[in-house]
Design a protein around this ligand. Structure first.
Ligand code: NAD
Ligand code: UDP
Ligand code: UDP
Length: 311
């Protein structure tokens, strides 16, 4: 079962699991996900879609649960912040209760946001983070932190086999064109010849992982034995400033867009880079797709969309 399976990462995961001969149940309330993301899977005999909000109980029989349901971009998770917290907290309780009843392995899609605006760089899994508990990002950050607590308490209290994966910024085809994330925004703006919107002075950094690499890491983590619980960072450690990203997108698209500065959103982390030593050691995993190659594939995807909505 893949919750959030109609979203960006979830749809790639469903596709990959089907290729690996799993029977896939995709559970999604279609808040940010779309049927279009999974349209190509609908007629597959091993694929099933169920529209359901995981903040409500769910009784199905499954043996592995990938819990990805949760809006992931600031625009979407701040649209209904209480629902965002409920999805991480009530949703995790329901999925953990389900895993406990049926004896399933369960993986949580956690996030680098649990480190907040980090005082340790690059971020290692033993860093406890620097998160504002009452800000506008907190519904997401603190919701995900509480979900990790729940996963570890179900593990300690009920012996549940858990896998906690801390995902760093990921990009690629099927990113939601209107979710305001930096890679999709810049590509859409460049392809439309609009100005590129740099928040702040563009000196803040992020490390961008191509979706195929991320899914490899996710499945590798699920396939580990019960002794591996995580948390484990999965991301690409190549770090870029936001200004460098803008310049790269302009170069790849041949756009003439100018760079325009906008105010930096509240609590925007200044730097982010995963330390992936643990993933290399435990999973034998590391990303393979360099930024330029991944961006080229993503630009091709957005070029191919019939109508490209404005960012
Ligand atoms: P997305 O918004 O494309 O996908 C999330 C999916 O969850 C959507 O299909 C949405 O409809 C569904 N959903 C939301 N609330 C739900 C609910 N209550 N019940 C059922 N379904 C619900 O985002 P994504 O980028 O694919 O992210 C997937 C997961 O990975 C999220 O949990 C996110 O926090 C995590 N993550 C993503 C990134 C990234 O860079 N993309 C980074 C860190 C963590
Ligand atoms: N739950 C669920 N599906 C199941 C089993 C449980 O949605 O197959 C929900 C259940 O409704 C409960 C939550 O998971 O609210 C936690 O279940 P657990 O058994 O851990 O706790 P309890 O039911 O004792 O509160
Ligand atoms: N950002 C930007 N222009 C945009 C969208 C985002 O400069 O059009 C910046 C944003 O302020 C942040 C970085 O790019 O510093 C990554 O933003 P995103 O929302 O993609 O991810 P997150 O902040 O969750 O890492």
């Amino acid at each position: 079962m893949v919750t959030g399976g109609a979203g960006f990462l979830g749809s790639h995961l469903c596709e990959r699991l089907i290729e690996k001969d799993f029977d896939v149940l995709c559970v999604d309330n279609l808040f940010t996900g779309t049927k279009d993301n999974i349209a190509h899977l609908h007629n597959h005999p091993h694929f099933e879609f169920m529209r359901h909000d995981i903040t409500f109980p769910l009784f199905v029989e499954v043996d592995e649960i990938y819990n990805l349901a949760c809006p992931a971009s600031p625009i979407h998770y701040q649209h209904d912040p209480v629902q965002t917290t409920k999805t991480s907290v009530h949703g995790s309780i329901n999925m953990l209760g389900l895993a406990k009843r049926v004896g399933a392995k369960i993986l949580q899609a956690s996030t680098s946001e649990v480190y907040g605006d980090p005082a340790v760089h690059p971020q290692t899994e033993d860093y406890w983070g620097h998160v504002n508990p009452i800000g506008t990002r907190s519904c997401y950050d603190e919701g995900k932190r509480c979900a990790e607590t729940l996963f570890f308490d179900y593990h300690r209290q009920h012996g549940l086999p858990i896998k906690v994966m801390r995902i760093f910024n990921t990009y690629g085809p099927r990113m939601h064109p209107a979710d305001g994330r930096v890679v999709s925004n810049f590509i859409i703006q460049a392809l439309s010849g609009d100005p590129i919107s740099i928040y702040g002075d563009g000196s803040q950094t992020r490390s961008f992982c191509y979706v195929d690499d991320l899914i490899d890491g996710m499945i590798a983590l699920m396939e580990t034995g019960p002794e591996v619980t995580g948390p484990i960072n999965i991301g690409n450690p190549d770090e870029f400033t936001i200004r460098q990203l803008a310049e790269k997108v302009i170069e790849l698209t041949g756009a003439r867009s100018e760079l325009v500065q906008h105010p930096l959103p509240a609590d925007d982390p200044k730097q982010r880079q995963p330390d992936i030593s643990l993933a290399k050691r435990v999973l034998g995993w590391e990303p393979k797709v360099a930024l330029e190659e991944g961006l080229t594939r993503t630009v091709d995807y957005f070029r191919g969309m019939s109508s490209t909505p404005a960012a």
